[in-house]
Design a binder for this molecule. Structure first.
Ligand code: SF4
Ligand code: SF4
Length: 135
């Protein structure tokens, strides 16, 4: 199975479309929703991981384009700049999956990239912008 992480952006005209239902029903994709923020009057953002074979994914992304849903692929996920990081720990408490931890011996931040679901909360919480979401 090929997996792709992407951000789907919805405008007010598309925000109420049942996109994940169609992606599963029509394209038989495996779906993992990483983050969802919707305001009907303004639009919405869905951070999603899709799994399937290349044909399924190509067809699904063509479908999203037809529906005027903007897709940005998350090829790398999260970038952590160790030099900028001052090990304040502000990002640790906001991480929903425990990918960020303080080493109890050194009081330095440890980042387990495998567990990260690219929600972006740590990037928002970091006072020195040491963490960025990379597209
Ligand atoms: S983006 Fe940051 S807060 Fe979100 S899962 Fe990854 S490390 Fe944790
Ligand atoms: S919030 Fe920023 S500076 Fe503080 S530990 Fe996390 S990455 Fe480092």
């Amino acid at each position: 199975m090929i997996k792709k992480k992407a951000i789907l952006r919805f405008d007010p005209a598309t925000v109420e479309k049942p996109i994940t239902y169609y992606l599963i029903k029509q394209y038989d994709l495996w779906i993992n929703i990483l983050q969802a923020k919707f305001e009907p009057a303004l639009g919405g953002k869905l951070v999603i991981e899709l799994g399937g074979d290349q044909k399924q994914l190509d067809e699904a992304f063509a479908y999203l384009e037809e529906q005027n849903i903007k897709v940005d692929f998350l090829e790398q996920g999260v970038s952590w700049n160790k030099v900028k990081c001052n090990n304040c720990g502000a990002c640790v408490s906001v991480c929903p999956v425990g990918a960020l931890k303080m080493d109890k011996q050194t009081y330095h931040l440890e980042f387990n990239y495998q567990d990260c679901v690219v929600c972006g909360y740590c990037a928002d919480a970091c006072p020195v912008k040491a963490i960025e979401i990379i597209f």
